[in-house]
Design a protein around this ligand. Structure first.
Ligand code: AMP
Length: 320
């Protein structure tokens, strides 16, 4: 996750919640991608503060730092090193086709070249660790495809070097939409007041945002004719509760929108309140957070450095 803006329930349901679920099934590495954050200007003091906030949110969600590695991207220089080497095998045309790049570039007068290269650095983040799967929200699926293309291109040019990674999307919650506009994905950079529920919002703020969510002109839930706003609210409920499709249908069919929103708000609050309590305990101990991050970097650096060494050898670069 990028240490920018306020993490919201889209980040939680699309990514973080699933990381916690799979953390004992794999050897997991969870990165805080500060080098990605600077593809858009960041206030330095705020960026530094956000890095620790994200680390605390990972821990509060239940990621266990004794079995998983939590680390900051810029603390392991191999990310930037491999990023450059992969830049040199990636055609510009592949990057110009990325929908996130096109959307972000359209909003800027002068486009920073790092914004175009961003998916190559993301490929480096993944390929450095020979990752088998990458659990992300749907908006990152295209970048994962690009990662596979970059890995395959490198492997065909220089011989088998990288594991070609798979994408793991959650069954529900892969694309949480904006509450004010359910045609747009919930995003940290959106400015609308009722756009998102942030993970650290108070219960009153959560209730207010969800009660104001855009629905449609029907009075109550009709699954055959439900608009995107209603389906978004229902899938937020389902992603938190883990209920089956059948029990969701039985619960919400015919329910008036006011009641639907109340149930979604209470379900969200029930999950976020204990999470926020853990968050407050964790941030009260900055020495513990610093230890988690330095241990995480120490644990993963040897894997990353070994990959960079192999890549340098394969490319004919100087390894001493
Ligand atoms: P980012 O906001 O780019 O730092 O994304 C961090 C993670 O959250 C990525 O795995 C994204 O795919 C996921 N994510 C971001 N926004 C959403 C959303 N609206 N719905 C589901 N997942 C999301």
């Amino acid at each position: 996750m990028q240490p920018t803006g306020n993490l919201h329930i889209g980040n939680y349901l699309g990514a973080l919640k699933n990381w916690v679920r799979i953390q004992n099934d794999f050897e997991c590495i969870f990165c805080i991608v500060d080098l990605h954050a600077i593809t858009v200007y960041q206030d330095p003091a705020e960026l530094r503060r956000k890095i620790e906030e994200i680390a605390a949110l990972y821990l509060a969600a239940g990621i266990d730092p004794t079995t998983c590695s939590i680390m900051v991207q810029s603390a392991v220089p191999a990310h930037a090193e491999l990023g450059w080497m992969l830049t040199c095998v990636t055609p510009v045309g592949w990057l110009e086709r990325m929908t996130q790049y096109k959307a972000k570039a359209a909003r800027q007068e002068s486009v920073i070249s790092g914004l175009l290269q961003y998916p190559v650095l993301m490929a480096a983040d993944i390929l450095l660790y020979q990752a088998g799967i990458v659990p992300v929200g749907e908006d990152q699926a295209q970048h994962l495809e690009l990662t596979r293309d970059v890995a395959q291109r490198f492997n065909s040019l220089y011989g088998d070097t990288f594991v070609v990674p798979g994408t793991a999307l959650p069954a529900v919650g892969a694309r949480v939409m904006g509450l004010d506009d359910p045609t747009q994905k919930m995003s940290k950079s959106a400015t609308g007041q009722n756009h998102a529920v942030a993970l650290l919002d108070s219960p009153a703020a959560i209730r207010k945002t969800i009660m104001r969510a855009t629905t449609d002109s029907n009075p109550a839930v009709d699954f055959d004719n439900a608009g995107p706003g209603v389906l978004n609210l229902i899938s937020i409920y389902q992603a938190f509760s883990g209920d089956t499709d059948d029990s969701i249908k039985a619960r919400f069919a015919g329910m008036r929108y006011g009641d639907l929103k109340k149930q979604v708000a209470e379900m969200t609050i029930a999950h976020l309140e204990p999470f926020q309590q853990r968050y407050r305990e964790i941030v009260a101990d900055p020495a513990y957070l610093a230890k988690v991050l330095s241990q995480g970097a120490d644990r993963v650096a040897p894997i990353a450095n070994q990959t960079v060494r192999t890549v340098k050898e394969r490319m004919g670069l100087y390894v001493g």
